[in-house]
Design a protein around this ligand. Structure first.
Ligand code: C5P
Length: 217
């Protein structure tokens, strides 16, 4: 049985629902590393930091205290003692998070918190993000790279957020993917030993079943 399952992939490919489902089915903990980058971004915006000023971001990031809850039934994330699970999903954070995530000092801080959470999860953990299989947990027993057709991703994300304009959503996801894929520090990338799962024509349950079966091999 695999102890650490890394699930990476572009924005909107269904990583969160899939990862939580896989963790629940296996009785594993769940770590949403995207929520950590979002919570860091929220805390920087609260401090009035210009997210496009890498030096200012790097300096302020050290002051932020993040705490992640790892229950797949109700993951939580707190910044400076405030539960920010709701606010981190808003437009303000969503449009600022990718620039923040390009800053190497931010990545160093968060990767070390992520490795600590993985070390604490003695009963197994599903970790979702962009660089889990490549950087955070290169020894993960199972690495999944979850993809989906961009139009399907945009439709799904628009439906989740109650947004009508799926075209604008597709452009917003593409912008985020471009920044995430092209940054110098641990970009969005498929690990050489990752299993690619294309969820475009599968239901959520089918994707979860497939990954659980791989974990149990
Ligand atoms: O997964 P989610 O959409 O919540 O991630 C938000 C952003 O956080 C991503 O667009 C990316 O910029 C950043 N991120 C990252 N590395 C991770 C997880 C997320 O750079 N491991």
């Amino acid at each position: 049985m695999t102890d650490v399952i890394a699930i990476d992939g572009p924005s909107g490919s269904g990583k969160s629902s899939t990862s939580r489902g896989v963790a629940s089915r296996l009785g594993y903990a769940y770590l949403d590393t995207g929520a950590m980058y979002r919570a860091m971004t929220w805390a920087l915006l609260q401090r009035g930091v210009d997210v496009h000023d890498a030096d200012a971001v790097a300096a302020a990031a050290h002051e932020v205290v993040l705490t992640s809850g790892t229950d797949p039934a109700g993951p939580t994330i707190a910044a400076d003692g405030v539960d920010v699970s709701g606010p981190i999903r808003g437009d303000e954070v969503t449009s600022a998070v990718s620039p923040v995530a390009t800053v190497p000092e931010v990545r160093e801080l968060l990767v070390s918190l992520q490795r600590e959470a993985i070390a604490r999860a003695t009963g197994g953990i599903v970790v979702e993000g962009r660089d889990i299989g490549t950087v955070v947990a290169p020894d993960a027993g199972l690495k999944i790279y979850l993809v989906a057709d961009p139009v399907a991703r945009a439709k799904r994300r628009a439906a989740e957020l109650g947004v009508e304009d799926a075209d604008a959503m597709r452009e917003a996801l593409a912008r985020r993917d471009a920044i995430d894929s092209n940054r110098a520090a641990s970009p969005l990338a498929q690990a050489d030993d990752a299993v690619v799962v294309d969820g475009t024509d599968l239901t959520l349950d089918q994707v979860i079943d497939h990954i659980v079966a791989l974990a149990q091999q």
